[in-house]
Design a protein around this ligand. Structure first.
Ligand code: F6P
Ligand code: MN
Length: 322
């Protein structure tokens, strides 16, 4: 079984990008350990703070963010970072080539119930000669990402990674601390009978999504002519991992629950990296109006609707949006 560095070198990954990815993974191994210690590490529960997006911060959100931030800035490999837990971007090495956006601990409400959480990251090139303190260096469409991935802290710790040459899945061998290649070319099946949505928001969805889900729920006697199963982990990283492993449709659509927050998922460090991983595994990632990877970001914590997964099922869903 092959380890992470040689596989990426075979893919033509530059030495600097490889070092940057390994730096991110070093922090993720530490996060994996802390998450795995649970109550023993004294980091379950919330802090008294909220992030700039008005969300309660879990102690593990803050810890994971600090670990990633410190290791990335100290490494010298990043010109700047953007994090879900940082109000603004943070400047790094002015001479570095790359910038990284990350969600340090996606699904962090799951930490207190020993359920799935993960780290999501997106790597882009900084514009040549740009100022590390300039927030607009992150305003690049997702198709310009040079690498994207997540580390899922579950019964085992898995890494899904793409540098634009397919999506690979690695499993952390905790006996010697290396990510081992366990799925060379992840391929999302084109058809599925499984979908993931927070159905408690149903009354707030737009008509297109209402109609689509109603037809799924109608099963084999409805217009789709087959029965569907529903799953919801409440951590995008867990739901997307299931889609990568066995197919499915995952969506967090627009809703009218809070008029100030029509969408939930963040473009730069949730939707974009997941979209790249999904597309590289043969799936589709869309907002209902456009391909996620073609969105021109306007701000670092921008939110977007997300519909992603098995090609034919996402296309079926998009058919209701036309
Ligand atoms: O980061 C946002 C997030 O936690 C995702 O990981 C997850 O898919 C979603 O929000 C869960 O939303 P809800 O709380 O509505 O179930
Ligand atoms: Mn998240």
């Amino acid at each position: 079984m092959r380890r992470l560095p040689p596989v990426l070198i075979d893919d033509g990954c530059s030495r600097e990008l490889l070092s940057l990815i390994r730096t991110i993974l070093a922090a993720c191994k530490e996060i994996s350990f802390r998450v795995g210690q649970g109550a023993l590490s004294g980091v379950l529960g919330s802090t008294l703070d909220e992030n700039i997006q008005g969300e309660t911060q879990k102690k593990l959100d803050v810890l994971s963010n600090q670990l990633l931030k410190d290791i990335l800035l100290e490494s010298g490999y990043v010109k700047a970072i953007a994090s879900e837990e940082e109000d603004y971007t943070v400047a790094g090495n002015p001479d570095a080539e790359y910038i990284v956006a990350f969600d340090p601990l996606d699904g962090s409400s799951n930490t207190d119930i020993n359920s799935l959480v993960g780290t999501i990251f997106s790597i882009m090139k900084a514009p040549h000669g740009s100022d590390p303190a300039d927030q607009t260096i992150f305003m690049q469409p997702g198709h310009q990402q040079v690498a994207a991935g997540y580390v899922l802290y579950g019964p085992c710790t898995t890494l899904a990674l793409t540098i634009g040459k397919g999506t690979r899945i690695f499993t952390l061998d905790k006996t010697h601390g290396s990510f081992m290649l366990t799925e060379e070319f992840a391929k999302i099946p084109e058809d599925t009978k499984e979908f993931a949505i927070n159905a408690s928001n149903q009354r707030h969805w737009q008509p297109a999504m209402q109609n689509y889900v109603n037809d799924l729920l109608a099963g084999d006697t409805g217009p789709r002519g087959k029965n569907f199963n529903m799953r919801w982990i409440a951590a995008m990283v867990g739901d997307v991992h299931r889609v990568l492993c066995r197919g499915g449709l995952f969506t967090y659509p627009a809703d009218t629950k809070d008029p100030n927050k029509p969408f939930k998922l963040r473009l730069l460090y949730e939707a974009n990296p997941m979209a790249m991983l999904v597309e590289q595994a043969g799936g589709i990632a869309h907002t209902g109006e456009q391909r996620i990877l073609d969105i021109d970001p306007q701000e670092i914590h921008q939110r977007v609707p997300v519909i992603l997964g098995s090609k034919n099922e996402v296309e079926a869903c998009l058919g209701y949006h036309k």
